[in-house]
Design a protein around this ligand. Structure first.
Ligand code: SF4
Length: 340
């Protein structure tokens, strides 16, 4: 690369960095070839757990270059609700999602004077969004055709403007394709990369069980960032437009308790057993809850609290007010009717 071609602000390329092996390799490959890279970690909400300090440290170490974290907004949820190009096998709107990520990545690239964006995509690796024709289609629809470089698989794709202008030499790029990952593992060894996330990336929208939850949230008008966090834990129930999640173990109880403690000013309620240990539960009630509904929610929680022996008191907190409710365990038909 010619030094004169470098951006004055110091970054040549922006890497759309998922943290999976392919995105690490694409970033490293271009760094090794002498380009200064800024990695952008998009904080997509549909990944397991929450973005903790430890996870953050992992991303910064794995990228081996500067990293910025970029939260996504309501516009991302809107594309999940109604994707222009439809869903993949489950609730994954991959084509819309990729276009969104390219657009956001390009905004960062422009703001730091970078000439293009790079991704870890590989032709043929995923059935929906990484077919060759899908990648070519995405480039055309992105509005930045020629500026998206996929270093691991560029040899299988039309030449980009970044290459034809001489900014990136095609010899620096690879021609990996298909679902096999042996070349990626060899490359990882070459770069001394030992720790990396699951190659599939772990997007929960591709999981059939989680997809049911997402569609239930969409249907009930509850798809928001808080609901997505709650949907990652517990057994989930939908009663009209109310979503209830009942923890399956202590870890999930702790997670739900902590979500409630942080978010209790919002339209969220919390239920826990009194006197005997049992699961915590939270519910989202966008437009208020009737007494009858509170009783039903409590009865579902009692059903999963074996120590109560079928009935007992729960502490129900909603809108900052605590109430003690006596409830009998919901029967199997009620559980099955509302379980997602
Ligand atoms: S798998 Fe998930 S994160 Fe990846 S493109 Fe599809 S919807 Fe987006």
């Amino acid at each position: 690369m010619e030094d004169s071609a470098r951006s004055e602000k110091g970054y040549d390329l922006v890497s759309l960095f998922s943290g999976g092996l392919d995105s690490i390799l694409a970033t490293r490959l271009m760094s090794e070839a002498g380009y200064s890279i800024l990695a952008v970690k998009m904080l997509l909400p549909f990944y397991p757990g929450r973005f903790s300090k430890v996870v953050k440290q992992y991303f910064h170490k794995a990228a081996g270059c500067d990293v910025v974290e970029l939260p996504v907004g309501e516009d991302y949820l809107e594309l999940v609700r109604s994707p222009s190009f439809g869903y993949g096998k489950n609730a994954n709107p991959c084509l819309d999602c990729r276009l969104y990520i390219y657009k956001k990545g390009w905004e960062v690239a422009e703001s730091v004077g970078a000439r293009g964006i790079i991704t870890g995509e590989v032709v043929g690796q995923r059935p929906f969004s990484q077919r060759r024709d899908a990648l070519v289609f995405l480039d055309k629809r992105s509005g930045i055709e020629g500026r998206i470089l996929r270093p691991l698989t560029a040899g299988n794709l039309p030449e980009t403007e970044l290459e034809s202008s001489g900014f990136v030499k095609r010899e620096a790029l690879l021609d990996i394709q298909g679902r096999g990952r042996s070349r990626q593992f060899e490359l990882a060894k070459e770069f001394g990369i030992k720790d990396f996330l699951n190659p599939a990336g772990g997007c929960l929208l591709t999981d059939a069980g989680f997809a049911r939850r997402v569609f239930a949230l969409i249907e009930s008008g509850n798809l928001n960032f808080l609901a997505i966090d709650i949907a990652k834990f517990g057994r989930m129930f939908k009663i009209n437009n109310i979503i209830l999640s009942v923890a399956r173990d202590k870890r999930e109880s702790d997670e739900l308790d902590s979500i409630y403690n942080v978010e209790k000013e919002k339209n969220i309620g919390h239920i826990e057993c009194l006197r005997y240990p049992g699961p915590s539960a939270v519910f989202l009630a966008p437009s208020g809850v009737s007494e009858k509904m509170l009783k039903l929610l409590s009865s579902i929680v009692v059903r999963f609290s074996p120590k109560l022996g079928g009935k007992g008191e729960v502490l129900l907190s909603v809108g900052g007010q605590d109430n003690v409710i006596f409830a009998a365990a919901a029967d199997n038909a009620t559980i099955e009717e509302h379980r997602i």
